[in-house]
Design a protein around this ligand. Structure first.
Ligand SMILES: *Cc1c(COP(=O)(O)O)cnc(C)c1O
Length: 230
């Protein structure tokens, strides 16, 4: 059997997103597909663009610069989200390239992003990452700190916080984590919920995901170099 083409894989995922939305009495347009393009070869990126995909996620600033800097100039309506952890000293580069930063999780980074936004005259959308499983190796604010950090990001640093992001622990059912993220978003009046990846996006949609971040199910496997789970 031959592998499905990139366009076929995208159609299949879009159909699954729509079906999951409808099953949850939601509108399919309320769930955006973020195509996570890290570690994928150029031919697949180009095929995904040709298929009409415009919203992409990356987890490393330098890798994203190499992949997207030139395409930025030639592809209309391209939208790039940083879904991986960000070091404060790369905030300028990140703000210059990305339309959204989904991994804000500490005051120092909030300050660096605010500073970069002012310097570059370009204000990215920001999501706050919540470490719903309170895993020591994983980025994100703890669920207990989330309310205070949302408030500080808005009021102290003047950032436009659009919502929350999480990556549930790999060895647990994801549903309680998605439910917890949705609850924190609701009580903070936050609209966007970035949750759900290749293995669990339909569950995430059931719990209110407005953005699903899908890599391997769209592009095929990234090979032996696995994703950083931080
Ligand atoms: C790699 C990555 C994804 C996509 O993972 P898949 O399981 O390949 O769909 C989503 N979110 C983040 C933060 C990632 O690093």
């Amino acid at each position: 059997m031959t592998e499905p083409s990139v366009a076929e894989a995208r159609d299949a995922i879009l159909s699954r997103i729509a079906a999951a939305a409808i099953a949850a009495f939601r509108s399919p347009e309320d769930v955006a597909l973020v195509a996570v393009s890290k570690q994928q070869p150029d031919d697949k990126i180009n095929a995904m663009l040709a298929a009409g995909q415009r919203l992409f996620g990356e987890n490393r600033v330098q890798e994203a610069q190499a992949r997207w800097r030139e395409r930025r100039a030639t592809v209309p309506h391209l939208r790039l989200r940083l879904v991986g952890p960000l070091q404060s000293n790369k905030a300028d580069d990140a703000v210059a390239l990305f339309d959204a930063i989904d991994s804000l999780d500490r005051p120092k980074l909030a300050a660096a992003l605010a500073n970069a936004a002012q310097k570059l005259g370009r204000c990215p959308d920001v999501l706050i990452q919540v470490n719903t499983g309170e895993e020591p190796q994983k980025a994100g604010v703890s669920p207990e700190e989330a309310d205070a950090f949302v408030k500080a990001a808005r009021e102290v640093y003047g950032l436009t916080v659009g919502g929350l992001m999480c990556i549930p622990p790999v060895d647990e059912p994801p549903a309680p984590h998605f439910a917890l993220l949705a609850k924190i978003a609701k009580r903070n009046d936050l609209r966007e919920l970035s949750m759900g990846m290749s293995e669990d996006f339909e569950t995430a949609i059931r719990f209110g995901a407005t953005q699903v971040r899908i890599g391997s199910a769209l592009f095929g496997s990234r090979g032996s170099a696995e994703i950083s789970k931080t």
